[in-house]
Design a protein around this ligand. Structure first.
Ligand code: SAM
Length: 306
C-alpha cells in the first residue's frame, strides 16, 4: 500500500444526498440492495476517484454500474468518452434520458460479467489491434457493486482486451486483501497482482453512501501491466497450481501443494527446490515471481510454461 487518505468529513445533508433522494423520489426508485445499490453522496470521495484515474480528453472510460449517474457526469466532464454499463433496466433508461444532452456518454443496459470489453462499442472495437492480448487503451472507473467485486476484476483483467488502469471502489477488507504483500497473500491477491500493481488510494466510510452499507469501502487503483508475466493461454494452468498451493494455506507449501495437486510429497519437493522455494514456507508468503518460477518448474518438458 503506497498511500492512504482517510475521508473523515460527514456528507450530512450535502448536495449529492439531496440529488440522490430527489431522483429516487421523482422516478419512484428504491435502492435494490441485491444489486449493490449504495449511491455515492460525498463530493470529496468523488473527486478522489476521478483524480486517481488521472483523466484526460484522450481517455475512454468504462464505468460499471453508473447508478444515478453521479460519477458518470464527472467522468464525462474530464474524459473523452464514457461507456457506462448498468444492469438495472429502470436505472439505465432514466440515465440514458438524463444524460442524452451529454454527447460523450453511452449507456449500455447489461451485466458487465456477460460483456466482453472488446464488444462495448463498435467505434472502439475498430481501434482494436488485430493481435489478441495487446493493450487496448481504456480505463475502468467504478463504484463496484460489492457482490461482483472478484468476478468483475477477474473478468476485466483476464479479458483479451484489458484496461490500462482500474480505479474501483470496493469493500475495505477486499481492497486490503487484493493489495496484500507477501506474508498475507491469498488466491485473490495473486489473481490481481499477476495482472497489475494495486494500491489503496483512500479509505471511505460507509456514511459516504446512500443507503448506508454495513461495511466501509476503499478506493483501489490497479496499474495494469501491458504484458502479464503469464500468457493468457497458460493462465488456467498457472491458477490451478496457485489454487492447489492455497488449498491448505496454513500448512507448509510442500504439503498444501501435494494435497491440492493430488501428488505425493516426493514429486512436489523437487519442483519447489527447482524454483528456489523452501519446502517449509506457507503459500501466503510466496511472491508473484516465486509462483511463476514454481509454475515454470512444474511445466512438463515440451509444454509451454509461460
Ligand atoms: N456509480 C453509482 C454511484 O457511485 O453512486 C452507483 C454505484 S452502486 C455501488 C453499483 C451499481 O452497479 C448499481 O447501479 C447497480 O445497479 C449496478 N450493477 C450491479 N450489478 C451489476 C452488473 N453485474 N453489471 C452492471 N452493473 C451492475
Amino acid at each position: 500500500m503506497k498511500r492512504v487518505t482517510s475521508v473523515r468529513r460527514h456528507p450530512k445533508q450535502g448536495p449529492l444526498l439531496t440529488q440522490a433522494k430527489g431522483l429516487m423520489r421523482q422516478f419512484g426508485l428504491k435502492a435494490r440492495k441485491g444489486l449493490g445499490q449504495h449511491f455515492l453522496i460525498d463530493e470529496t470521495v468523488l473527486q478522489l476517484i476521478v483524480s486517481a484515474a488521472g483523466l484526460t480528453r484522450d481517455d475512454v472510460i468504462v464505468e460499471i454500474g453508473p447508478g444515478l449517474g453521479v460519477l458518470t457526469r464527472e467522468l464525462a466532464r474530464r474524459a473523452g468518452q464514457v461507456i457506462a454499463v448498468e444492469i438495472d433496466n429502470k436505472l439505465a433508461a432514466i440515465l440514458r434520458q438524463a444524460l442524452a444532452p451529454v454527447n460523450n456518454v453511452s449507456i449500455i443496459n447489461g451485466d458487465i460479467l456477460n460483456i466482453d470489453p472488446a464488444d462495448l462499442s463498435p467505434e472502439l472495437a475498430e481501434k482494436l489491434p488485430a493481435a489478441t492480448g495487446r493493450l487496448f487503451r481504456y480505463k475502468v472507473v467504478a463504484n463496484l457493486p460489492y457482490y461482483i467485486t472478484s468476478p468483475a476484476l477477474r473478468h476485466l483483467l483476464e479479458a483479451t482486451v484489458r484496461p490500462e488502469l482500474m480505479v474501483v471502489m470496493v469493500q475495505k477488507e477486499v481492497a486490503e486483501t487484493i493489495a496484500a504483500r507477501p506474508g498475507k497473500m491469498s488466491l485473490l491477491s495473486v489473481s490481481v497482482q499477476l495482472y497489475g500493481e494495486p494500491y489503496i488510494v483512500g479509505l471511505v466510510p460507509a456514511r459516504c453512501f446512500y443507503p448506508e452499507p454495513e461495511v466501509d469501502s476503499a478506493i483501489l487503483r490497479i496499474n495494469v501491466y501491458r504484458q502479464p508475466p503469464v500468457a493468457a493461454e497458460n493462465a488456467p494452468g498457472f491458477f490451478r497450481l496457485v489454487r492447489a498451493g492455497f488449498s491448505a494455506a496454513r500448512k507448509q507449501i510442500v504439503n498444501s501443494l501435494a494435497l491440492g495437486l493430488g501428488l505425493p510429497r516426493a514429486e512436489v519437493s523437487p519442483l519447489l527446490e527447482a524454483a528456489g522455494i523452501a519446502l517449509q514456507r506457507r503459500a501466503e508468503t510466496l511472491t508473484i515471481d516465486e509462483w511463476i518460477r514454481l509454475w515454470q518448474a512444474s511445466a512438463r518438458p515440451g509444454e509451454p510454461a509461460c
